[in-house]
Design a protein around this ligand. Structure first.
Ligand code: MG
Ligand code: ZN
Length: 369
């Protein structure tokens, strides 16, 4: 080969290799993209109706033109709610069982029967680089939400629980109970402390929507929020929607716990209209979660209760008038099993009858799908 031929040969090789290179890139890109998409863990929306047994669901459904968003769920299971040593659980022991996977004594949050502090599913998700969020219609330091971030021997240690949230890394939270953060016996202002460390803490939904902080808290009320039928605002639907909008804009999977706290309080008051109004508030929030899962895919929704409250039975009613009359057998909780509804990614693993602690293990399986 003379010099010219060598140069031409070099050009041809260069040309061919660039074509091959482009071609191999084209082939590789969609392949690796698909694998990446499948390997991403699902978003998890875990929704707890405190005290929401089958009779509460039935009463709420009849009152809601005989339908509810739960009818769109794909799988149904039943969970056994008893605590470590009591047939009838409280919300601390059952919250701990679902959030942390171990039975404990009534009244205890995030600590097992051998006094060991437990890691919650929220914290496990955090370790897997999930964004995390908590929403409750009670105070944020109440037993159910506390089970996801606190470890205390008594659910009544509200100021200790608040302190643990202050040092936690939950990304978004909404609930009542501001006073446990800024009107404390130790005179500390935990809200100011959190704000110096990057949190923005707000007191209304416009500011919650408006601030783009990745660490954001919204105190809905200074104390426990009132019932929805005496004017609690915003609705759970609005709170869930706003939070899902934020979570969607993060390029990470998320774990969101939503609690309809006051279905339980209606049960303790043996007040059926109270239960029904709280169920309807919850029902709309579930509907929003379903819309999110349908639109975005790769999302698991689990809706359940921590126990039943009131020993409610549906005694009479009128389907045409959407009216229902119930009878209560207790002002406390009952020991009946409660349903578990699931939708979306890995939802099939929630069928069957199992202990409340299995919820934690099943959520973990979904995270590692
Ligand atoms: Mg609760
Ligand atoms: Zn209760």
């Amino acid at each position: 080969m003379n010099i010219l031929n060598k140069f031409n040969f070099f050009l041809i090789v260069l040309f061919l290799s660039s074509i091959l290179n482009i071609h191999s890139q084209e082939q590789k890109y969609p392949g690796s993209f698909t694998i990446e998409k499948n390997e991403r863990p699902p978003n998890i929306i875990f929704m707890i109706g405190d005290g929401m047994g089958l009779s509460q669901i039935t009463a709420g459904t009849i009152s809601n033109k005989n339908t509810s968003s739960l009818e769109e769920m794909q799988y149904i299971g039943l969970q056994k709610t008893h605590s470590f040593n009591q047939l009838v659980t409280d919300s601390a022991a059952s919250g701990t069982a679902m959030a942390c996977g171990e039975k404990t004594y009534n009244g205890v949050v995030g600590i097992n029967s051998k006094n060991k502090q437990l890691e919650s599913i929220l914290e496990y998700c955090k370790s897997k680089n999930f964004t995390t969020a908590l929403i409750a219609t009670s105070s944020i330091v109440h037993a159910t939400p506390a089970s996801f971030y606190a470890n205390v021997n008594s659910r009544r240690q509200y100021e200790d629980i608040a302190l643990q949230l202050r040092y936690h890394s939950v990304d978004y939270f909404i609930g009542g109970g501001r006073k446990h953060f800024n009107r404390r016996e130790d005179k500390r202002d935990l809200i100011a402390e959190m704000e110096t460390e990057g949190y923005k803490i707000v007191n209304n939904i416009d500011n919650y929507d408006g601030y783009k902080n990745k660490k954001l808290g919204f105190f809905t009320y200074a104390d426990e929020p009132p019932p929805i039928n005496t004017g609690r605002k915003p609705s759970l639907e609005v709170l869930v929607n706003s939070t899902l909008d934020k979570l969607k804009s993060d390029d990470k999977p998320f774990f969101l716990m939503v609690e309809a706290s006051q279905i339980d309080w209606g049960g303790h008051a043996n007040d059926l209209p109270y239960i029904i109004s709280e169920f309807k508030d919850f029902n709309k929030a579930i509907s929003n979660a379903l819309d999110f899962a349908k639109l975005n895919g790769n999302t698991l929704i689990v809706v359940t209760a921590d126990h039943e409250t009131g020993g409610l039975a549906i005694k009479k009613g009128n389907l045409k008038k959407n009216s229902v009359i119930g009878d209560f057998t207790t002002i406390g909780h009952s020991g009946t099993m409660v349903p578990v509804f699931s939708y979306g990614s890995k939802s099939e693993i929630f069928t069957g009858i199992y202990e409340n602690t299995a919820i934690f293990n099943k959520l973990k399986i979904a995270v590692n799908k």
